[in-house]
Design a protein around this ligand. Structure first.
Ligand code: PGA
Length: 249
């Protein structure tokens, strides 16, 4: 079946000291064996995080990447560079990238392809704004974001993605989608993926993100189509993040 994935998204937060703290804490606990854990840290911490977590089963990931393989793109970071620095996963299309850095569906697709070309696992983020939800456009928006990427990939490529549903109104707001609200969108995403094949839909991991915390993770993760979490704020506190990882087991 689908192995739950708990991914921490530090965003532009943290420090080398926090990386070390996580390394020590994770070395001291036993995580549930049936749960995959990944920490998406800022670029400059990738190598240190790989070292600090090296004795644990926690993998390291990045939060974005360039859509180009190399060249005169000052300030950009390529998939191959991330791979060389130890990243195994990379977030693509996080709502903060879409809104603050003008990444549209075409830009998101190009980054997914760049990640796949270097054997990174893209975690494709999708989600609706509050306005879109109130206009009853949630499914149209979310499934549109899904199809913009899945429709442009081949069968083997599609199977290598992870999807994270993050309602924009729940990100960093303390306002979590209810388990029922989240489950309804996850089920719609899985139905949509079934158009590409029952195997793909059945195997695809769908993470929930948006104010997931130690005290609400268990009921979200208990939903049949929620296969893990993308955790922002609570992934910066080691005890909270550990508690969420434990509750996925
Ligand atoms: P949050 O962030 O858990 O702080 O709401 C989630 C995310 O943006 O990935």
């Amino acid at each position: 079946m689908r192995m739950p994935l708990i991914a921490g998204n530090w965003k532009m937060n943290g420090s080398l000291a926090l990386v070390e703290e996580f390394g020590r804490a994770f070395a001291d606990v036993s995580l549930p064996v049936n749960v995959e854990v990944s920490l998406m840290v800022p670029f400059p911490f990738l190598e240190a995080a790989g070292r600090a977590l090296g004795e644990t089963s926690v993998t390291v990931g990045a939060q974005t990447l360039s859509d180009r393989p190399s060249g005169a793109f000052t300030g950009e970071v390529s998939a191959a560079m991330l791979r060389e620095c130890g990243a195994r996963l990379v977030l693509v299309g996080h709502s903060e990238r879409r809104t603050l850095f003008a990444e549209d569906d075409a830009a998101v697709l190009a980054r997914v392809k760049a990640a796949l070309a270097e054997q990174l696992t893209p975690v494709l983020c999708v989600g609706e704004t509050l306005e879109e939800r109130e206009a009853e456009r949630t499914e149209a928006v979310v499934l549109g974001q899904i199809e913009a990427v899945f429709g442009a990939l081949d069968e083997a490529e599609r199977a290598r993605l992870v999807v994270a549903y993050e309602p924009v109104w729940a990100i960093g707001t303390g306002r979590t989608a209810s388990p029922e609200q989240a489950q309804a969108v996850h089920a719609a995403i899985r139905d949509c993926l079934a158009r590409y094949g029952a195997g793909l839909a059945g195997g695809m991991r769908l993470l929930y993100g948006g104010s997931m915390k130690a005290d609400n993770a268990a009921e979200l993760l208990a939903q049949p189509d929620i296969d893990g979490g993308l955790v922002g704020g609570a992934s910066l506190k080691v005890d909270d993040f550990l508690a969420i990882c434990q509750s996925a087991g």
